[in-house]
Design a protein. Structure first.
Length: 211
């Protein structure tokens, strides 16, 4: 459920997602691509849709000064609070959606989002906010499951949307996040497919252009 302030509440999904990402098999399966994405973060970092803090342990203390972690769902924030102790860098938690970030313009060197933009209600507005709070030349690091380039698979993804939006915290498996990011005015540095199948996952590294 979403409200007008941008907070959301999917307590059952939060409990299921926490349980699932805590399974040793899932945790080990995700570890490599989470580490590859998050360890590129540097300076003052904003993590949006931080969930239960699944990325906190992967920040590199040699590169990251501090992390502001935002998450709009209180049930996820409760889990994230418990993971603060695993983090090798200082992390502050705030309840906020990416569409209305409570930070001044150009205040971050880097923004991190993993498995978030499939669920965001207004992707264009969210990416506009990310662009606003990033310094010119700042990096946006994304790890997202996206629309398949295979027509049949994309058709299956489209068919799943009514179900996944209801039971998986507004997840849209069919979003073309790379296209949305480029349309929001970011410049592509690197795009890498890390998983295929019904749920292709890409790691994107983009920057807010200097001008
Ligand atoms: C699948 S979980 C991913 C959590 C975590 N980032 C991870 O990598 O495991 C999706 C997360 O996006 C958050 N989310 C949904 N809509 C959002 C929005 N509008 N702004 C920011 N986060 C949002 C959800 O609350 C949830 O924590």
């Amino acid at each position: 459920m979403h409200d007008d302030e941008g907070t959301i509440s999917y307590p059952r999904f939060a409990a299921f997602y926490t349980w699932m990402t805590d399974r040793p098999l899932v945790r080990r399966g995700q570890e490599q691509f989470r580490r590859e994405c998050v360890s590129q973060a540097e300076g003052v970092v904003l993590e949006v849709g931080a969930g239960g803090g699944q990325n906190f342990s992967f920040y590199d203390a040699q590169r990251v000064e501090r992390v502001e972690a935002c998450e709009p769902d209180e049930a996820m924030l409760n889990v994230a609070r418990r993971r603060l102790a695993d983090a090798p860098v200082p992390i502050t938690l705030t309840r906020a959606a990416v569409e209305s970030l409570p930070f001044p313009d150009a205040s971050f060197d880097c923004v991190v989002a993993t498995l978030v933009f499939c669920s965001v209600r207004d992707v264009e507005r969210g990416l506009g906010e990310v662009r606003r709070v990033l310094k010119p030349g700042g990096k946006l690091l994304l790890l997202e499951h996206v629309r398949s380039q295979n027509g049949t698979t994309a058709w299956i993804q489209d068919s799943l949307v009514p179900l996944t939006t209801r039971i998986m915290g507004n997840c849209h498996p069919n979003r073309n996040t790379q296209q949305a990011v480029l349309a929001a005015g970011f410049s592509l540095v690197q795009a890498r497919k890390v998983m295929g199948g019904l749920q292709p996952v890409v790691q994107l590294s983009v920057i807010r252009p200097l001008a």
